[in-house]
Structure formats: C-alpha cells, structure tokens
Design a protein around this ligand. Structure first.
Ligand SMILES: CC(C)(COP(=O)(O)OP(=O)(O)OC[C@H]1O[C@@H](n2cnc3c(N)ncnc32)[C@H](O)[C@@H]1OP(=O)(O)O)[C@@H](O)C(=O)NCCC(=O)NCCS
Length: 177
C-alpha cells in the first residue's frame, strides 16, 4: 500500500533513484528538471510513499502546455518501482494529477506520449484511465515511435463570443514519458 502526496524539492534524490529503476535504459532527468517542475507546477507533481517504509515508490510529473486560452495538461513522466507494480499505484498517481489539472488549471484535456512497445503503460492509459489514441509520432531519441494519447477531462470551455479554445500545439519534444 502507498499514500499519494504532493512532491517537494526534498524528495528529488528519492525521485531520481526511483526514476533510474523505472527507466533503466534511459538517461534520467537532470535534477534541475525535477526541481523546475516542483517549483513551477507544485500541484502537478505527486509521489507515492510506501506505508511501511516511507520510501518513495512512484511519481508523476504533469504540466500545462500552450499559451493563453490554448492550454492543456500534459503528463511528462510517470513511474512505479518494479517491486510495487500492479497494485494500483500508477492509477492513483494519474488520478491525482488529472484532478489537479482540472481543479487548479481548468484543463479541458490531457495528453501524453508513450512508446509503442510499452504495453503496460498503454493498457493503463487506454483501459484503466480512458485515454484515446490521437496519432503516432517520431518522438524518442532511439527512433522508436510513440503514440500520442489524449483524454478529455471536462467539457470544452466556451468564451463569450461562443468560440472554443483549442489544442495549443506540439507537446515538449525533449521530455518523454
Ligand atoms: C506503467 C507503470 C507506470 C504501471 O504502474 P502500476 O502501478 O503497475 O500500474 P497499476 O497497478 O495502476 O495498473 C493499472 C493498469 O495498468 C495496466 N497494467 C499495469 N501493468 C501492466 C502489465 N505489466 N501488463 C499489462 N498491463 C498492465 C493494467 O490495465 C492495470 O489494470 P489491472 O491491474 O486491473 O490489470 C509501471 O509499469 C512502470 O513504472 N513502468 C516503467 C515506467 C513506464 O513505462 N512509465 C510510463 C511511461 S509512458
């Protein structure tokens, strides 16, 4: 069992250790990048803390992308330690981030990139969390393609002229989930 709570900058070493174990074949994020998210998006970064040991066993980093009214949520990083998988922790982390995207930023939808080979994550997003496939993109440095997946979080916001705000452009290319 694990508790979900907002991350603080004091969690960064533990998050980085967790990230390394979650993505052993990838370059971990630079410490400054974790810090940037926690400072700029404090309500959009969550960790899962093991009940027994108090250790961090999972994390999610989200952000708002785009400018002005054309913004939407984006999941930049998600991981759960191999020892703690398949017990619902990723779903809880994603629920926390998605709720905060709506409540704090009024995000209409959230998107993410996932490797086409990452069946566990694809199942999580599509079957458990209701994400739809939007497109495929050449996204990862090793040339592997990604699916762009998206989930509507709330009804479109209509402004006083009756127009709808729309997608705010390409998601970050340097981060990967
Ligand atoms: C993907 C990942 C975050 C899932 O974490 P988790 O805590 O095990 O996920 P949950 O327990 O919340 O699982 C929810 C659903 O995800 C899917 N899922 C999770 N692990 C799976 C697996 N090994 N095989 C197939 N489906 C899987 C299932 O649909 C599952 O629902 P179920 O338990 O009812 O079958 C975890 O495997 C991980 O950290 N992987 C490495 C990093 C990574 O790939 N991050 C995502 C990058 S986009």
């Amino acid at each position: 069992m694990a508790d979900i709570r907002q991350a603080t900058i004091f969690d960064i070493p533990a998050i980085q250790a967790c990230d390394l174990l979650c993505f052993p074949e990838e370059e971990p994020w630079d410490c400054y990048l974790y810090e940037e998210y926690i400072v700029f998006w404090p309500r959009l970064v969550y960790v899962a803390e093991d009940h027994g040991t108090g250790c961090i066993v999972g994390f999610v980093f989200a952000e708002m992308e785009g400018e002005g009214t054309e913004t939407h949520g984006y999941i930049a990083n998600l991981g759960v330690l191999p020892t703690h998988r398949k017990s619902g922790i990723a779903k809880k982390l994603m629920d926390a981030a998605q709720n905060a995207l709506v409540q704090e930023y009024g995000s209409e939808y959230v998107s993410l990139h996932v490797r086409k080979s990452n069946q566990a994550a694809i199942n999580l997003y599509s079957e458990k969390l209701g994400y739809n496939y939007e497109s495929a993109a050449n996204f990862y440095e090793n040339g592997e393609d990604a699916y762009v997946m998206q989930k509507q979080l709330q009804e479109k916001q209509t402004d006083i002229l009756g127009t709808h705000s729309t997608d705010g452009g390409d998601p970050h290319k340097i981060f990967c989930c």
